[in-house]
Design a protein around this ligand. Sequence first.
Ligand SMILES: Cc1cc2nc3c(=O)[nH]c(=O)nc-3n(C[C@H](O)[C@H](O)[C@H](O)COP(=O)(O)OP(=O)(O)OC[C@H]3O[C@@H](n4cnc5c(N)ncnc54)[C@H](O)[C@@H]3O)c2cc1C
Length: 432
Amino acid sequence: MSLPARHGVGEDHARIVTTRADEGLRPVVGGRARVASWTVPSNVEELFAPPAAIAGHPAVRGAARIADEVLAPHAAAADDPARGVDPAHVAQLADAGLLSVRIPRAEGGHGADDRVDAETVELISGACGATWFVTTQHLTPQGMSRGRLTGLADSAVVVCPAGQRYRAGLADASTLAGIATSHLRRPGAPAVRAEPATGGGWTFTGHADWCTGWGLIDLVMIGATTPDDRYVFALLPATERPGLRAGPEIPLAVMAGTRTVALDLDGLQIAAEDVLFDVDGPAWRAHDLARTANTTPASLGLLRRVLLELERVGLGRERAEAVELAAHLAELAADRRAEVYALLTDVPLGVRTAERTALRGEITELTVRAAHALVAARSGSAMLLTSPEQRWAREAAFHLIQAQTAPLRAAQLAAFGAGTPLRRRTEIDTAV
Ligand SMILES: Cc1cc2nc3c(=O)[nH]c(=O)nc-3n(C[C@H](O)[C@H](O)[C@H](O)COP(=O)(O)OP(=O)(O)OC[C@H]3O[C@@H](n4cnc5c(N)ncnc54)[C@H](O)[C@@H]3O)c2cc1C
């Protein structure tokens, strides 16, 4: 196959593309990629371009600008534990209302819908996975502080005082929150137990393996299991205190600059006014399965970014197979993305959960495949720590396990096996 004739294809162009890719070129919203003085039509970009009303929304324009000018150039540093996510960048996102996209304008948000929100997340995560991951923690406590979570029956929740206390700061993200809750998904004995204490409070004891953003967040939401199968969520200042100790930063293969620690809870006293939600166990588990079945726009943002770069590397280095593969995978990805957003915006949470789970499994597998295809297309220089391709491959792996549930794991493993039906070999010929 020969490359389509395009302006600017050749070694000079390759150098420009490579430099910009290393620095992190933002996927331009709305149709055409700008590469130095050339204009290169991008099939991938056109497939992912949102409708004009979304592309022109102030939140999307703000996200595109910050992603391009602030986050992408810092992404390698944010990935590095010695430097890490820059608190000033988190503050810029908050100030631009990008941690409050769906919050009403009167409370400091954009009052936008889910699709606009998803577009901003795609742009942010495609620019810097680590900064996206620190900031995404905020959204669950922010939602809970408003007294209800979409898809969770009001009757399953006792709404407690901490939400009202922190609601305003969480809404406009002037107060940033993190979470330590994924241990609630594990089967077996609870990792963090909540025992009733006098005065309506609780005593938390146990170990939470994961809490991202320690040192960057103002508040931490900790989930614990009660003896009668309920979950209590406390919202506290994110600082050590008697009964609460944070471990050292966990050495990580990805998201290493996100200041992720474990928390030890040793008889931590939780006052009644520090409780956010007290929720029925089965209802919470059902809600969590429904919620986590949705593909995260962050995975789609990385997929979009990686496919754009696959196309650019192919064009810049005259590797026709890369251009062809980028076009093929982008068509598939754009189709699945449309399904994801239709389910997100048009179908109530809790409906078509199996379909959502299968779709998320397929998309996370596709993201890993696309990221590895980009490594193959870029070749050895993809392995330089100064090259973004190796980081994107690690981020793609991270999207497999982020908020992973047992059904999602099964869907991912099915997706990994789908292209190659298992065939048992009866005999191996070692002579060839
Ligand atoms: C970089 C990163 C940041 C994360 N940040 C958060 C966060 O801020 N808040 C949150 O709630 N969740 C966070 N998670 C958890 C993430 O959502 C879970 O990885 C996912 O839900 C899978 O759960 P698991 O770790 O329990 O799985 P598994 O790997 O299946 O864990 C199974 C076993 O491994 C052990 N184990 C798991 N993690 C650790 C650990 N860190 N140290 C020692 N032993 C361990 C457990 O004891 C358990 O028996 C983070 C994960 C990663 C990788």
